[in-house]
Design a protein around this ligand. Structure first.
Ligand code: ISL
Length: 554
């Protein structure tokens, strides 16, 4: 396996609106990130991934870009970004940006031109269609509720938008569109940016025909109709040969519909497309027939199988991405851990899980202190367009809205977007003004300042675990094998190479558990655990206990 810096990196994801505000307007900004660079460095991470900071009307918090070459003034503008890039590099860290190239904002110059007339030179930058029987061209739905088509009265055609109607989809069939996007990528590489996370890259190649979908579940439409279109690999290959391959950068493609079968096509090193992808197999594991707003309990065996299958799929072709949360999902601790009685210990277990799997590790802001979901008392507190649109739709259909508020508590993307909890002061040290999204009331006890003071805090455990991973490259590159995958409470696996072997045990349950095996306990030496008292034998685990055992060479 070829060794590279981006395979060994731990990436820290920042959602800038929620990270740190220095202007007092309640919105996080780039100078806020600069202020916290020493903190980020102290975690031991290597790369910062910034969610979009470009000019945007913020219909989807920056995922609707109106100028790809301009940094939003709300975030501090270009000079703030230049200083961030310089100071990031000075600390030996790298900076990766978000490339949102499936769609632009409807306020982007290209779209404003495109909708002027049917013969405008930019018309073909987007996907325009005639309606059918007095309605949209087909029955496609948007990710954020309602039709994926919007009618334009001036030119009497519909345009396609997989996301909000303020996010029209670009037409990648058009070589000029591809050229424009490649130029944007090059523009940022020339400034010194170290790579891109590519938003919904699996959606850029549209289906050959615009037929109705016959799938009942939206997720099935995404996978079978929207994602992995016929030209996706031509486009990515072209992007790679035109720009990506000329720079020492990293790329990670985000992709609904990316699955075990097609992922190697994106990341196989021989094909020259992307370095890594994000798949969502574990992130939708608790969604029922009704999708995201139909949360269901899930079993640990299913969760473990996702990691086994993906490690297996990519072990000889490409490279994986390991993440348990980001700005689009609820907090990893509230989903996969126990954010109540076992808050601290289960947060540390998840840290160990993240940092002992094969692949590049992505850590989302706030997870390093065990931030949890937030349950705002009413819909008025929510900001996310996905949540608000879903709310409206359910209300129109006459749903029980008190019941749906509970679902929102569990599933809203705002769970991950509540401001970073720096200290216990009124606004959690995030801002001196009114935060754009309310802080989680638990910031009094869960915050960075508190955990800096405590030697055994979650925060310090993350620091130790990141160091531990760096000291043991077998945790990055070594082989992976899950043991007793059917066990309902233990997640146990081996990581090994020609020199060393680790056995890693996680008890993901509220009661004690023992790993029953033919392996001899005396062969293993405890190297790390998340509980201070470790009086029991190596294969015995307390609730939410995790153990990293090293196999002795004899
Ligand atoms: O957020 C999701 C489910 O709650 C996903 O379906 C998500 O919309 C999808 O993975 C694409 O996400 C990305 O593109 C969106 C943007 O809203 C997300 O924040 C971004 O990560 C549109 O640009």
């Amino acid at each position: 396996m070829k060794r590279t810096w981006w395979k060994e990196s731990v990436v820290y994801q920042i959602y800038p609106r929620s990270f740190k505000d220095t202007s007092g307007n309640g919105v996080g900004d780039i100078p806020g990130i600069v202020d916290k660079l020493d903190y980020i460095k102290s975690l031991g991470v290597d790369v910062i991934w910034l969610c979009p900071v470009y000019e945007s009307p913020n219909d989807d918090n920056g995922y609707d870009i109106s100028d790809y070459r301009k940094i939003s003034e709300d975030f501090g503008g270009q000079s703030a970004f230049d200083s961030l890039l310089e100071q990031t590099h000075q600390r030996g860290l790298k900076l990766v940006m978000d490339l949102v190239a499936n769609h632009t904002s409807d306020e982007h110059f290209w779209f404003r031109e495109s909708k002027k007339s049917r013969d405008n030179p930019y018309r073909d930058y987007y996907i325009w269609h005639e309606g059918k029987n007095g309605g949209p061209p087909n029955n496609w739905m948007s990710f954020f509720s309602g039709s994926a088509w919007e009618y334009d009265t001036a030119t009497e055609q519909y345009y396609l938008h997989y996301f909000t109607k303020k996010q029209p989809d670009l037409n990648w069939e058009n070589p000029e569109v591809r050229r424009e996007i490649f130029d944007v990528i090059e523009f940022w590489f020339k400034k010194g940016v170290d790579g891109f996370r590519m938003d919904v890259i699996s959606l850029i190649s549209k289906p050959e025909t615009f037929q109705d979908t016959s799938y009942v579940k939206f997720q099935d439409t995404i996978v079978n109709q929207y994602a992995n279109g016929p030209k996706i690999h031509d486009y990515l290959h072209e992007m790679n040969s035109e720009v990506l391959s000329k720079y020492d950068i990293m790329t990670v493609g985000e992709g609904p519909g990316i699955n075990l079968k097609n992922a190697p096509l994106y990341v196989d090193e021989k094909r020259g497309e992307l370095h890594m992808v994000f798949h969502f197999d574990h992130m939708y594991i608790d969604c029922g027939e009704g999708g995201k707003y139909d949360p269901q309990p899930f079993g640990l065996p299913k969760f473990k199988k996702v990691f086994s299958d993906w490690d297996n799929a990519l072990k000889n072709k490409g490279w994986g991405s390991i993440f348990l949360g980001n700005h689009d999902f609820s907090r990893m601790l509230s989903r996969f851990g126990n954010d109540g009685k076992y808050h601290e210990v289960s947060a540390k277990l998840l840290a160990t899980l993240l940092l002992t799997l094969r692949g590049t590790v992505y850590l989302y802001q706030g997870d390093e202190i065990g931030m949890t979901n937030v349950a705002y008392p009413g819909i008025a507190y929510y900001n996310d367009v996905e949540t608000l649109n879903a709310w409206k739709e359910k209300e129109e259909k006459g749903n029980d809205m008190q019941g749906f508020l509970k679902v929102v508590h569990a599933q809203s993307r705002d769970n991950a977007r509540s401001p970073m909890q720096w200290d216990s002061s009124k606004n959690a040290g995030f801002s001196t003004g009114d935060p754009w999204l309310a802080v989680n009331p638990n910031h009094g006890s869960i915050n960075v300042a508190e955990q800096e003071k405590k030697e055994n805090s979650i925060l310090n455990y993350y620091r130790e675990m990141i160091t531990f991973r760096k000291e043991n490259p077998v945790l990055v590159y070594g082989d992976y094998e899950c043991m007793q995958e059917e066990h309902p409470q233990l997640f146990v696996y081996r990581r090994w190479d020609s020199e060393s072997e680790f056995l890693i045990l996680h008890n993901m349950g509220d009661g004690p558990e023992e790993f029953i095996t033919d392996l001899r306990e005396e062969q293993f030496e405890l190297r790390k655990t998340n509980l201070l008292e470790n009086l029991k034998r190596p294969f015995h685990l307390g609730p939410w206990q995790t153990k990293i055992l090293k196999k002795s060479s004899s």
